[in-house]
Structure formats: C-alpha cells, structure tokens
Design a protein around this ligand. Structure first.
Ligand code: SF4
Length: 1018
C-alpha cells in the first residue's frame, strides 16, 4: 500500500492551494489505472482526477496543434503496414546482402524492424545517425538497410499525415504549458526513454509535477537505477526508498531480494508466508493453484484479494481458465481468455468456404456449427434443422459444386415427394436448403479475387452481418484492426486477406467481469506493478521462462546500440527488467506468496530446471545457501501427480471427478457406493458386461418389454407397417439390427466423397438406367422381342445412351472428372451388348415372353399375418408377358456376382424378395397367371445366370410363414443379435468384437426357437 499512500499524499500536496485543480495521474497500464481509481475513490473522490497512459496525456496536450496541421497518431497496425510497404524500396539498393533479403522475407522481420525503429526514435536518433555509424560497424550494410527502411517508413508517415509516438512526445513537449491539463503525477514511471524524459522535463517546467514510485537499488538493476537517478535530477524529484529489512519469510524476501543485504540475514526456517509448489507440469500447476485458492477462500480470503501473476500468460492462461472453471472460481483475466467466440468461429468457417466450390463437408460444418441467422435467411416461420440438412445432403450424394447441389437436392426432393407423405417435413427442409445454398453461393461470390483491403473487408463484414448471430464484437475487432489498413496498406491478395482475418479471429480474447469484482486477478506481471493482494501465486518459475531468455536485437546489436546512444536499451537492460519484474511479484504479496514451478516438460518428459530467481528468493528468506536437494525438500508436490489425477484426500478434491477418483482409490469399503446406484453409468456398464456371460437373453440382448412400450411395438412389428422387401430381409438377417434401426433410429453415417473411381452401386444404377431406357424405347417403337438383325443398331443406341448417362452422372458430381469414366463406359457397353445377345438366346429357349413393363412401381401389396397384415411397396425392373401362355414373369437385374447354393431359395429366411415380387406381379397383372420372379445376373461378372422363384402356393406359404415368425418375435419383444450375418452390417461397433461368442452362448434360449427354425428353410 506504500505507493497508494504516497500517491494520495502527492495529490493532496498538488492540490494544497487549489482543491479543485485537475490532476492527471500517469500510469504504466490501464489495469493499474483502474485499480488506483477504485482504491483512491474513498479518499479523494473522482473530481478532476484522470488516470492516463503517457501517450494519452501527450495526445491531449499535442492534439490541437497536430490536428491543425491535419496530422493524426499512427495506429499500431498501420505502422506495421507502412513499414512493410517500405521494405521493397529498402531492399532495392544493390548493396543489400542476400542474407538480409532472405531475412526480410520472413514473417517476423516487419514487427522486429518496427520495434527497432521505435527504439531509435525514442532515443531521439535519426537515420543519419545510423549511416554515420555504419562504417564503424562489423556489418555496415545491415545498418544502412535499417536507415533506408527508416526513411521509407518516415516517408510513409508523412504521406499519410501521421506521426509516430516519438514525434508525438516532441510535439507535446513543445505544446506545454497546456490549458488542457493541470498538475501531473508520474506513478510507477521510472525508466522512460529519452524522448519521454524530455517531455517530462517540459511538463515539470510548466505544470506542478510529482513523482511516486520506489527507488531501484543499484545491486538489483544498476543501469535502471542510474537512469532513474539521472531522471530524478532532471525533474528535481526523488523516489521512495525500499522498505527496511523486516522479519518473517515474505517480509525478508521483499526487503532484501537482489539487495546488498541479501546474503547477510540470519538463517531461519520458511514460515507460512512463503510457500513453494512443484507440480508435475503446467496444467497440474494450474490445478494445484486452483485448489489452494479454494482453500484460501474457505479460510475467508475473498477472491479479489488473490492474484496469479504470470511472466508468460500464453503458457498458463488456458490451463488456469480450465482449472478455475472446474473449481468454480471466478477470475478476471487481464488479457482475456482465448475462449471460442461462436461468431468468430462461425465467420472463420464461412471464410473457409471462399474458393472451396461449396464443398459439402465444409458447408455442413459451417451450417451445423455456426450460429446462423436462420430467421433472417429463411424467414421467421421456416423449418430449420442443421443436422437434418446434413443428413439430407449426404443422402443426396452431394460432394461439391453449385450445379451438383441444385440437381441432386432437386432430385432427392422429387423422390421424396413421390412417396406422398401426408405432412412431409423433409420437403420443407429440401426447399429451405436449396434457398440457403443459392444465397450462400451468391454471397460468397461477393468476396473478390483481388482488390484493396476495403474491397475485401466490406463484403466480409456483410457476410458476417448477414449470416452470423451476435456479430458485434467480431465486427468491432475487424473494423479496428483491418479498417486502417484499408486506408494505408498496399492491396493484399485474397489469400493474404483471408489469412489476416483468420489470425485476427484466432487471437480474439474475451474478458469476463471487471477488476476487483469478486474475482481472482490473473494477469501479466508487467501490468501489476504497484498492486497489492493478500495472496499471490507466481507460477512458471523455471529457467528460460522466468527469467526469460533475453536475446539481442538482430537488426541493431548491443555494441551498436551502446555506441549510438546511452538511451538505447540492450540485452543487459532486458535482464535487469526480468529482475525488477520478479521483485514486483514478490512485493505484490501482503500475506502469503506461493512460488511455483513445473517439474517436467510434460510433452518431452524432460526435467525442468528451477529458476535462479526462485533459488535466490528462498536463500534470502532462509538466510542460507540452497541446492537442488534442499529445494526439492522445501517444495510441496501438490495433491495430484502425473498418473494420479486426484488427491489422496477426497476433501481436497477440486471437483466431483477428482472426489470420485479419490474415494475409489482410497479403497475404503462403501465410500464410493453412490457410483454403484442402480441407474448410474457404472452400474449399467457392469450389468451389461455381466449379462454377456448369462446363457439366456437379457434386456442387453434386445429383449424389450413390449407391454411397457406399446408405441415401440407398433414401430417394430411387421403387421400394420408399409415396408419394403429389403427392410424385412434386414429383420430376418438380424433382429437386433432391426431393433437398432427401427426401434432406436440408429443409422450409419454416410459421407459422400469426391470419387475418382466408380463404385459397384453406381455401376448398377447406370446399368439399370441404360437398360430401362433402351427397352422402354424399343417397347414404344414395338421393336420387341429382340431380333439378331437389329443388334448392330441397338449396340449403337447403347453407345449413345451410355454416353448420355455417364455425362449426366459426372455433371451431378458422381465423379471428379468424366474422363475417369473411360473403363466404365467400355464395361457398360460390353455388358449391355452381351445382355442383349443373351436375352435373344434365352428367348429362343421358349416361353414367348416379351418385355412389357419397366421400372414398375407397386404399393399396398398386402400379406395377411396372424394378427393384421403387412403392406409392401417397391419397384420391379421389368415384367415380361407371354401372349401364347397368358403368363407374366418378373425380371430383376443384378450386376454383381451370382451367390446361390444348389436348392437354395429363402436362404434361412434372409431372401424374400422374389417370392414377394410374385405377389406384386399378381396385383399388377390380375388377368395373367404369374409364372415366376427371377434375378437376372446380366453382366459378365454374374455370368448371365438366372435364379428364379416359381410362383407356387408353397413359395407363398413359406413367405407368409417367415413374415409371421418375424412378426411373432416382435410381438414377444425378442430382438437378439444373431451374429451370423455381420459381414456387411453397419453396427459392428455397437455389438463389439465378441458378438459371435456372446450369441453362441445364448443360442439355446427357448425364445429363439422360432427364429432358429427360419434358418432351416433352404
Ligand atoms: S453386428 Fe451382427 S449381431 Fe450386431 S446388429 Fe449387426 S448383424 Fe446383428
């Protein structure tokens, strides 16, 4: 609180003669400003008290003059853009060495060069100083390049009528005295750059000025202390001396660390005011800190009295945020937390679609993940289901391309409409999706291929506003960062623009709450100078992290900086700054300081070396030298460890998961009983595991209590359903599969892919299409039955039809490139030609059948069962009629291989389609006698073989028997996993690897008897 009292005193003194005199308090950062404002309010009130950053004060003073000249302060991004714009001109000089050209091409060169120029300008140097020094430097061309860059940068500033910080301070120094400010207090500003110090001096000459802060001891940071001394002389001010040596571990540390008295204290043990924590890695360190904060809160310490001060926020922010979330601790992260903003994520996904040809996977990732403004896009009453959009578009087989989206969605809609459901939600969803895709395509097209920053930014913001909910924060950030570039930076390529937007979206951070509002303070050390908390945690105390490795500036080496100006900072200053930062952290604690470090690098498993600062601090507190063994002895390992993610003692658990793990690992009988309550996940898992060894069928084996779920019974039964033959065959193959599909509604996810090679299913569809078109044409032209004399003409027609179908297939996105269809074209033509030859030969064998109907749909073919009836619907490839016998027969084309054993017909109940086709043919041709239904394996792969099912009463009876047995199983609620037809099943992962053994163990269950009898049907 020393600095707070000193500040109050300074303000009182400055207002001694005029209580209403405005006072500007210059603070090192906004957090300190906010904290001081809150802390001082009770004492002094807000009247006329401003907390400003130094450049804000300078702008207040200099703004009238600069604005009169039409100048503004260069925004950070614009500064970088101007410097990047100056690089090509600077490199154009023929003497530029190749290694510097290569360096300038790297991403880090621009920001590094901007920082170097900032240092030089703040030291009140100009490009000519570099050029003058260049001949004396080891690498003169490097200095000359920096000088050229500088001139180019300055020219850019001048062209844009902007000034940099150094110029601002110079202008402000000339503009004082200013009627816009009163007295000034410099709080915690002890080591200004020369141009800033000159501004201070000008202020002191014309305005009442006070300095508040602590004097730096030469043994801590000699160069810093010397500059502070020099500034004190210029300003006629003094800094408060550090506190006198005091008792207690923390007090000793604060008073003596890095001081001359460091080694002279009497030996003592560490007391409770200082603790060392050594967790296994950074995330466990965060967990242990959260645990200690929970304990501190239980002791009565309020959250806003606790701080976690970070040297490297990037390494700890996410881990701390996650640990605090688990522990239910409210925290204020000064630099925000990189939480995912749905709007930023949504825009990022949307920009992934630019130039992606409406790739279905990406479109659906966007539509299902982003918070889309559905009502604005589709209307307030629109039916919206992103997951259903995904399913429908996947089923439609869309891969990419607007044409494919349009044609495939329209086709899928048409197919759906043909089913004539009473109130079909899918039709509305198809309509919505079609509109959405059209709008998406046209909106994405507004992002140009090339143009200025504004030409890219405006349509990007329009996309954001038009498509994404709650876009304000993202819009503001894009406007802030990218809009200035639109005015000053050279035009980017589209990829550069998109990369910059993604970078901005990725680095977007979110602050919750405000400083002091009942929240733990989590912030960078550099921003907490002068703040005080009852409990302070300083994690990450390992070598190379804290103190961080300070590297020299590669563009202006230390000796060059030294030679150019004593005001230029070198690596030595960087090292001193690390010591001062650590001292600030130690002094921030009022009651207890917890210094912690990760023992291992958890990614490589390597041991970490504790920080030399940690050792020095402990040596001061203990009054003796310390080695690694002593440190390991002193450090508390925390309640968790690698491989043991819970404390030994359940009372120390951070959350419910830790507590349950701790209870179970304690081994005490009964303590984890709650985990085994009947409805718990664990109890159900164990029951499922055990049931596998039970020789009877259980509820884990598809035994369903139908009496308790009459609605499910309706869905699972055959009677009362409109069904297809393949759905019923699926039931006969495995009742459990039927239960998963119909009862639980599970479906395998089918993701359409960019295909480079045609699949068997597509070949079959193409074959069916050409065969159907050809024979239907011939029937219309009354050119059936087929005749040998016509074959050549028919082959030509096949060639045309095959070409047309393949072109359509490629246009709809069925394959990447139509050229890849060459081998398929040859195979289709050859198979279809041979099919015609085979048909002619087969017709010669008698019967007089002539193809008469094609792609014939049937519906409501009812088959009565014991209780109720099942109605079938479907489509028959071809129906041939014999005029001489008055018979009809069904032909179903098959393009795969022939798999029939001798004498097989129903294949144990799995094959019902042919018998069903005979029933369907009877309803379609009631005046004819149905002879048979046959599979025609009409390709070279199937050998042009036929497998027929005669339309006899016996076959009919068997069909009815199989259907009744299956319906009986459903009524009884018996849907066991039979596991004898698993090869092509989608649910193998559901049933697990031991399904066959499990099914075999339960095969003797009497409830399976009727099903086992089905398997005896040949
Ligand atoms: S994996 Fe086998 S047992 Fe399981 S549902 Fe599929 S066919 Fe039935």
């Amino acid at each position: 609180m020393t600095s707070l009292r000193a500040l109050e005193r300074a303000i009182r003194e400055l207002r001694a003669g005029d209580p209403l005199r405005p006072v500007a308090v210059i603070v090192p950062n906004r957090v300190v400003g906010e904290w001081l404002k809150q802390s001082l309010f009770a004492e002094t009130g807000h009247m006329g008290l401003d907390f400003l950053l130094l450049h804000e004060l300078a702008w207040r003073v200099a703004a009238p003059g600069l604005l009169r000249e039409g100048r503004g302060l260069v925004p950070e991004n614009v500064g970088l853009a101007l410097l990047l714009g100056a690089i090509p001109g600077a490199l154009a000089h023929p003497d530029t060495p190749a290694y510097l050209r290569d360096a300038a091409a790297t991403a880090g060169f621009g920001p590094a060069a901007l920082s170097t120029l900032g240092d030089l300008a703040a030291a009140e140097l100009g490009p000519e100083a570099l050029e003058a020094h260049a001949p004396k430097a080891a690498d003169p061309e490097r200095l000359r390049l920096v000088a050229r860059l500088w001139r180019g940068f300055e020219a850019g500033l001048e062209g844009a009528r902007l000034v940099d910080r150094a110029a601002l301070y110079r202008a402000a120094a000339q503009a004082v005295p200013s009627p816009l400010i009163g007295a000034v207090v410099l709080h915690g500003v002890a080591d200004p750059a020369p141009v800033e110090a000159a501004f201070f001096e000008a202020l002191r000459q014309h305005h009442p000025l006070a300095v508040v802060g602590e004097a730096t001891v030469a043994s801590t940071a000699a160069r810093h202390a010397a500059r502070q001394q020099a500034l004190a002389q210029r300003l006629g001010a003094s800094w408060a001396a550090a506190g006198a040596p005091a008792e207690g571990s923390l007090a000793r540390m604060q008073a003596r660390l890095f001081g001359e008295t460091q080694a002279k204290a009497a030996p003592r043990d560490l007391d409770a005011s200082v603790q060392v924590l050594a967790a296994a890695g950074e995330s466990l360190e965060a967990v242990e800190i959260a645990r200690q904060i929970q304990q501190a809160a239980a002791e009565g310490v309020r959250y806003h009295e606790i701080a976690v001060l970070l040297r490297s926020p990037a390494a700890y922010t996410v881990a701390l945020a996650s640990a605090f979330d688990r522990a239910g601790i409210d925290a204020f992260f000064v630099e925000g937390v990189p939480r995912v903003d749905p709007a930023a994520r949504g825009l990022s996904l949307m920009l992934d679609l630019v130039g992606a040809d409406l790739d279905r996977g990406r479109v659906m990732e966007f539509l299902t993940t982003a918070r889309v403004r559905w009502p604005d896009l589709l209307g307030p009453e629109a039916d919206v289901s992103p997951s259903r959009f995904d399913r429908l578009s996947a089923r439609a087989g869309i891969v990419s391309g607007l044409a494919s989206w349009r044609t495939r969605l329209a086709k899928a809609r048409e197919d759906r409409e043909a089913r004539e459901y009473e109130d079909d939600r899918d039709l509305r969803l198809y309509d919505g999706l079609l509109r959405l895709i059209d709008r998406l395509a046209s909106d994405l097209a507004t992002i140009p291929e090339s143009g200025s920053w504004a030409a890219f930014l405006d349509p990007t913001l329009a996309l954001l506003d038009g498509w994404i909910e709650r876009p304000t924060l993202v819009r503001q950030r894009l406007e802030t960062v990218l809009r200035p570039l639109a005015r000053y930076a050279p035009p980017p390529s589209r990829d550069e623009f998109l990369a910059r937007v993604r970078e901005v979206l990725k680095t977007q951070r979110y602050q919750e709450g405000a400083l002091g509002e009942g929240r733990v303070f989590v912030g960078p050390l550099a921003g907490a100078r002068g703040l005080r908390f009852r409990r302070v945690f300083v994690p990450g105390l390992v070598e190379r992290a804290f103190p961080a490795l300070v590297r020299p500036d590669p563009l202006l080496l230390d000796d060059e900086r030294h030679a150019l100006s004593p005001g230029l900072r070198t690596t030595r200053d960087g090292q001193e700054a690390e010591r001062l930062l650590f001292l600030d952290a130690v002094r921030a604690a009022e009651e207890r300081l917890v210094l912690s470090y990760p023992r291992f690098d958890t990614t490589s498993g390597r041991e970490r070396v504790p920080s030399s600062f940690l050792l020095q601090a402990l040596e001061v507190a203990l009054g003796r030298r310390l080695d690694a063994f002593d440190l390991a002895h002193l450090a508390v390992p925390g309640a968790t460890a690698l491989g043991r993610p819970h404390p030994d003692e359940p009372a120390l658990a951070l959350d419910g998961v830790e507590r349950d793990l701790a209870l179970v690992s304690s081994g005490r009988a009964g303590v984890a009983r709650h985990l085994a309550l009947p409805e718990s996940f664990l109890a159900r898992s164990l029951a499922q595991e055990l049931s596998g060894w039970d020789p009877t069928l259980t509820s884990w084996d598809g035994i369903v209590n139908m009496a308790a779920s009459p609605e499910t019974l309706l869905t699972l039964r055959l009677a009362g359903q409109r069904s297809s033959a393949s759905a019923v065959q699926g039931f006969a193959e495995c009742p459990y599969r039927h239960f998963l599909q119909r009862g639980l509604g599970l479906r395998a996810w089918e993701e359409p892919e960019r295909t480079y090679q045609i699949e068997g299913k597509d070949f079959g569809t193409l074959y069916h299409e050409v065969a159907h078109r050809l024979l239907a044409e011939l029937a219309d032209q009354e050119r059936l039955p087929l005749r040998v004399a016509e074959l050549d003409a028919l082959f030509d027609r096949i060639a045309v039809l095959v070409d047309e179908e393949l072109t359509r297939f490629a246009a709809e996105g069925g394959i990447m490139n139509v050229e890849l269809l060459g081998p398929v074209r040859v195979r289709l033509r050859s198979d279809l030609e041979d099919m015609l030859r085979d048909e002619i030969a087969f017709a010669d064998s008698g019967g007089g059948f002539v193809p008469q109907a094609f792609e014939q749909e049937f519906a409501d073919v009812e088959i009565p069962l014991a209780f109720g009836a099942i109605a079938f619907r479907g489509k028959i490839d071809r129906l041939d009629v014999s005029a001489e016998s008055g018979q009809v027969r069904v032909i179903d084309y098959k393009t795969g291989k022939y798999f029939w054993d001798k004498g097989a017909q129903f294949k144990g109940g799995r094959e019902l389609q042919l018998a069903l086709y005979n029933r369907a043919a009877r309803t379609l041709f009631p005046d004819h006698q149905v002879a048979e239904a046959a599979y025609y394996y009409s390709t070279a792969a199937g050998g042009y073989k036929r497998k027929a099912c005669a339309a006899t009463p016996e076959m009919d009876e068997t069909l009815t028997g199989v259907l009744s047995a299956l319906d009986g199983l459903a009524v009884a609620g018996v849907f066991p996993p039979v596991a004898d037809s698993c090869t092509f099943c989608d649910f193998k992962t559901v049933c697990g690897p031991f399904r066959e053994a499990r099914a075999a163990r339960k095969a003797g269950d009497p409830r399976l008897a009727s099903f086992r009898r089905l398997r005896d049907i040949p």
